[in-house]
Ligand binder design. Structure first.
Ligand SMILES: Cc1ncc(COP(=O)(O)O)c(C=O)c1O
Length: 438
């Protein structure tokens, strides 16, 4: 436990950046759901089977089988986490003059596209940019906008990406129907389609419970249909792999796979372990079996909705419907007196920490407002994400978080904006230092 005074001192010392806090100074850590979950008994048991052979470890074949059971792509390339898969793929297929559409790129995805010299374009449906508007699949790609882009610049587009669920846009799902339509356009223009599959199981649960005609299908069956519509994927196993580390790149194209494996050996490791120990491969293989079960997913989606519905009932503006892995507070609506370039999301995230030791994550103008040429403009939305680590917190922890948000809401008008006093050239939200205005 920490006092308000201790937290005020800690956040000041951290340059008002929540990523720079000591985690010991955080009471309930909702910064991310990435790698922060609790592994199950069976995952810990699987770890004991880890075989650390450099090449051809039995743990690699357990991992490969588990991945291909859901995603039967020809090549599976293990990496230490999602961004390593992105870095390798975009180093091979990106580059100056290329453009890569996605429903919405997440931070590292956008940064890896841009680091290759290519342009990252977000084409989520317009409903996906309106926090309070209810729509069952707000992560859907705007198919007409995609087609217009391919018509105009098709030869510059090496791949189309779809992120399931759409993390930067509120953890919102993509429907099967939408993915089929995206596939059809990609096929017509001869462009491969890849999934950013981080939260594939949560997305499949939304398909099962919201999409017409899907209720009687099993989750693995729905996941396999998603995979069958794509030519490859990047994955962070720190999310729906239920592991603390890991990821992969999977694809069907032999030429791309060969080039990616060369980079893998250069930067991650031999192709049968990539960036991972044998024990990690075992933990992920078991996690993939657990994550597609109805009981787990029902609990997971319901417990996130519990937090979101309580905040909504308290009049706190949240992205609706509630997403899969997180509740997103609309900081622009919560703090209308703070303009986007004074970072309302940062102001709200800091206030939640000082009030009650809750650590959330700004997803807005701090994260996405700065462009490769150094210019700055407001992001599409200014959100604060309260991400729920998997199988970690109890309902009473969440009840406490609700009380803290309500307390901050009662004094919202007194919060002030921030300015950035130090920042790196890219991915600034991780290390920037801030100062309160006024
Ligand atoms: C949608 C999405 N893509 C990619 C990544 C990158 O994965 P990792 O953190 O394992 O590098 C993340 C992580 O938060 C994500 O949410």
């Amino acid at each position: 436990m920490t006092s308000r005074e201790e937290r005020s001192r800690a956040i000041r010392a951290a340059g008002w950046n929540l990523f720079s806090l000591h985690a010991d100074d955080v009471l309930i850590d909702l910064l991310t759901d990435s790698g922060t979950g609790a592994m199950s008994r069976d995952q810990w048991a699987a770890i004991q089977h880890g075989d650390e052979s450099y090449a051809g470890s039995p743990s690699w074949f357990v991992f490969l089988e588990s991945v291909q059971e859901l995603f039967p792509f020809r090549h599976v390339i293990p990496t230490h986490q999602g961004r390593a898969a992105e870095k390798i793929l975009f180093s091979v297929i990106g580059g100056r003059g290329k453009v890569i559409p996605n429903n919405t790129h997440f931070d590292t995805t956008r940064a890896n596209v841009e680091a290759s010299g290519a342009e990252a374009v977000d084409l989520v449906i317009p409903e996906g940019r309106q926090p309070s508007l209810i729509h069952p699949f707000k992560g859907n790609m705007d198919v007409a906008a995609l087609e217009a882009l391919l018509r105009e610049r098709g030869s510059d587009v090496p791949v189309v990406f779809v992120t399931i669920t759409n993390n930067s846009g509120g953890g919102q799902p993509v429907s099967l129907r939408n993915l089929r339509a995206v596939r059809e356009v990609c096929t017509r223009y001869g462009v491969p389609l890849f999934l950013d599959g981080c939260r594939f199981a949560e997305n499949a649960w939304f398909v099962k419970t919201r999409e017409e005609g899907q209720a009687d299908r099993s989750i693995p069956d729905i996941v396999r249909e998603f995979a069958s519509l794509a030519d490859g994927m990047t994955m962070s196993a720190k999310k729906d792999g239920l592991a603390n580390i890991g990821g992969w790149l999977a694809l069907n194209d032999d030429t791309w796979a060969e080039a990616c494996r060369m980079l893998l050996i250069l930067t991650e490791g031999f192709p049968t372990y990539g960036g991972l120990a044998g024990r990690d491969l075992e933990a992920i293989a078991q996690g993939l079996r657990e994550v597609v079960t109805d009981d787990y997913l029902r609990y997971r989606i319901r417990s996130t909705a519990y937090l979101g519905e309580a905040l909504d009932a308290a009049g706190v503006p949240v992205v609706r419907p509630i997403g899969g892995h997180a509740v997103y507070i609309d900081a622009r609506a919560f703090l209308p007196h703070i303009p986007p370039l004074e970072y309302p999301g940062q102001a709200l995230a800091v206030a939640l920490y000082v009030e009650g030791g809750i650590r959330g994550c700004e997803i807005g103008t701090v994260m996405f407002g700065r462009h490769p040429d150094g210019s700055e403009s407001p992001a599409a939305m200014d959100l604060v994400r309260l991400a729920i680590p998997r199988r970690t917190y109890t309902q009473s922890h969440v009840d406490y978080a609700i009380e803290v948000v309500r307390a901050v809401a009662s004094r919202a008008g007194t919060l002030r904006g921030y300015r950035i006093v130090e920042q790196p050239a890219m991915l600034r939200h991780f290390t920037a230092r801030f100062e309160p205005l006024g």
